[in-house]
Design a protein around this ligand. Structure first.
Ligand code: PMP
Length: 386
């Protein structure tokens, strides 16, 4: 078959630079090279023992069949309790097979081919691709430190085919947290224009500074034009369990439930039960996240001062350091050279949107010695020492 016979929307999605760097680093590892991977956005620690043991028991108990497409009631109820949100577990929560499918569902629920969705720039690699996969167009709104954006720029981007806006706080890749005021102003603009605000809150437990996380679900009337997306991948280090969720009004959750019926059928049965156990142990997990991740972030900030001295946007949350490079026009090329010469994998900023060019992202969800060694190598590369 010829490639022009493929779906235009799917084939418009080309392999990301992130995937390229990842594949290359794996290849080098297979060749026995000592590669330090600072590109992976996944916690490097295991879920709680309580969760692992319960999972094994749920499997042995035979919790291995389909569940209701919107998820088991116990989990939906536990999510509402955890979120402390005024939402009905019966009709306003849907469990998805990972947060990513929740984002797909939210976009799918409001978009027709040719529509557009506003994405804050920089932001997570996959938003643009998800939007394009529906034959829709991502429109990028440049956002600075602390989510500063120009309201007129945003108003100018909105047209009658704008169906949604995606915000992610704490942000992958910048580590910034949106304030209540800015989130409310985004929400009000969305409501005014009758577009859906998709709030990806997947890193809500990865908050390390004084600035608190603020959820969309705390904004007045948020359910009218808002959907909150979250999951167990980051909070409980359960990436492979594939359990996420969306909370919104019944109209939207119904559509997302249809997406679940059409795709995964349901999130994995025993993984949903394990997720209930995980939420019961959120206190322990919060301690673990702070104990493991906070010293890494502190060290990252120290090392930036000692070794690199580039502009690290001071992270407030998530698990990433977002660095500005000076005098580098093509960061994808730069990242490939860095990998080849110094065997450190980082993610070039261009993958996160047009305004990500000139930046790179590292994940500090890795052991301190990797972080130290990796940053030393980056520093050597930048300073061209050998
Ligand atoms: N949103 C963001 C910003 C992410 O970084 C990720 C994972 N990298 C996800 C959503 C998806 O997470 P999952 O599907 O594993 O729940």
């Amino acid at each position: 078959m010829k490639s022009n016979k493929l779906s235009k929307s799917l084939s418009s999605i080309v392999g990301s630079v992130t995937a390229e760097v990842f594949a290359e680093s794996k290849k080098l590892q297979r060749m026995g090279k000592n590669v330090i991977n600072l590109a992976i956005g996944q916690p490097d620690f295991l879920p709680l023992d309580e969760v692992l043991e319960a999972t094994a028991n749920f499997v042995m108990d035979g919790k291995v069949q389909y569940t209701e497409s919107k998820g088991i009631f116990d989990l939906r109820k536990s999510i509402v309790d955890y979120y402390q949100v005024d939402a009905s577990p019966e009709t306003e929560v849907v469990v998805t097979a990972g947060g990513k499918l929740g984002i797909f569902g939210a976009v799918w629920s409001v978009c027709n081919p040719g529509d557009n969705v506003i994405v804050l720039d920089p932001s997570w690699v996959s938003y643009g691709s998800i939007i394009k996969s529906f034959g829709c167009i991502p429109k990028y709104l440049e956002v600075g430190k602390d989510f500063t954006f120009d309201e007129d720029d945003l108003r100018n981007l909105i047209d009658d085919r704008t169906k949604a806006l995606i915000v992610n706080s704490p942000c992958n890749p910048t580590g910034q947290i949106i304030s209540e005021k800015k989130l409310a102003s985004l929400y009000n603009l969305c409501a005014e224009n009758e577009i859906l605000l998709i709030s990806d809150e997947i890193y809500n437990e990865y908050v390390f500074g004084n600035k608190p996380f603020f959820s969309l679900t705390k904004i007045n009337n948020w359910k009218d034009y808002g959907v909150a997306i979250n999951g167990f991948s980051k909070t409980f280090s359960m990436t492979g369990f594939r359990v996420g969720y969306a909370i919104s009004n019944e109209l939207i959750t119904n559509e997302i439930n249809k997406v679940m019926q059409l795709t995964a059928s349901c999130a994995t049965n025993f993984a949903q039960h394990a997720a209930v156990v995980a939420l019961k142990n959120i206190g322990k997990m919060r301690v673990r996240i702070q104990e493991i991740m906070k010293p890494r972030l502190d060290r990252l900030i120290e090392l930036d001062g000692e070794l690199l001295g580039f502009d690290l946007l001071r992270p407030q949350g998530a698990m990433y350091g977002w660095f500005k490079l000076h005098d580098v026009q093509d960061t994808a090329k730069w990242a490939k050279e860095l990998l080849k010469e110094k065997l450190v994998a980082v993610t070039p900023g261009i993958g996160f949107g047009p305004h990500g060019e000139g930046w790179f992202r590292i994940s500090y969800a890795t052991k301190l010695e990797n972080l130290e060694d990796g940053l030393q190598r980056i520093s050597d590369f930048v300073n061209k020492k050998n």
